[in-house]
Design a protein around this ligand. Structure first.
Ligand code: SF4
Ligand code: SF4
Length: 215
């Protein structure tokens, strides 16, 4: 069975299906790693506001890669290893808080997308922005970092001065080797389905990927 025959089943919440694995899996991994982290970050906003405002150009150098899909800018923060990287999560969150402060100070209209925003398919937007392609689970596979990363974004009027992107190798990311499908405990190759409600958050579908393993 090929990846094209594997169906995805989302989670029903308030009547709306959350169907983006690539957005939800990082949330599962975060809550598994440190359930308090998200709430702590929410409280950190007040402290951040007391710090000096960074220059926009300097701020935009913090992500490991960035790209643009229409009016939406996508930012990548890579994990240090194979496990969910809490530091990368905090870095991405601090980055968004600072970006919000700078854009607000400039009087611009914008909409921030955190790595946990369930209503927007950040991996798909990242693919449109030329930052990689999608794994069979709908995770972004970056040509250099593989699927081990956090994705954030902002929709903003007036554009952003992005620094040069990381030089992309010839391959665009996922090469369809099927390893992640064969290792998922849900046995999607036999069952023809991956159900987000049954996801164990084991992250095998991320850890096993050979793309970007040594980065
Ligand atoms: S393990 Fe193979 S199929 Fe899965 S995302 Fe990585 S390259 Fe693609
Ligand atoms: S490999 Fe693990 S984390 Fe990935 S979809 Fe399957 S159960 Fe979920």
């Amino acid at each position: 069975m090929s990846r094209r025959n594997v169906r995805f089943q989302g989670v029903i919440k308030n009547g709306a299906a959350i169907e983006f694995f690539g957005t939800i899996i990082p949330s599962l991994l975060l809550f598994k790693r440190d359930p308090r982290a998200w709430w702590q970050r929410r409280q950190s906003r007040r402290n951040r506001n007391r710090q000096p405002l960074p220059l926009l150009e300097d701020l935009l150098k913090r992500p490991n890669d960035a790209g643009r899909a229409g009016d939406t800018y996508i930012f990548i923060f890579k994990w240090k290893g194979d496990e969910f990287d809490l530091d990368a999560f905090h870095d991405s969150h601090d980055f968004l808080l600072d970006l919000e402060r700078v854009l607000r100070a400039q009087g611009r209209r914008f909409r921030i997308f955190t790595t946990l925003s369930p209503k927007i398919n950040l991996p798909e937007l990242a693919e449109t922005a030329g930052l990689g392609n999608l794994s069979p689970f709908g995770l972004l596979v970056h040509p250099r970092f593989g699927p081990r990363m956090l994705i954030t974004g902002v929709e903003v009027e007036g554009g952003l001065p992005l620094p040069g992107q990381v030089e992309q190798p010839a391959s665009m990311g996922c090469n369809d080797c099927g390893l992640c499908l064969s290792l998922c405990p849900q046995a999607p190759l036999e069952r023809g389905e991956v159900d987000l409600r049954k996801c164990e958050g084991c992250s095998r579908c991320i850890k096993c990927c050979p793309i970007g393993k040594s980065v």
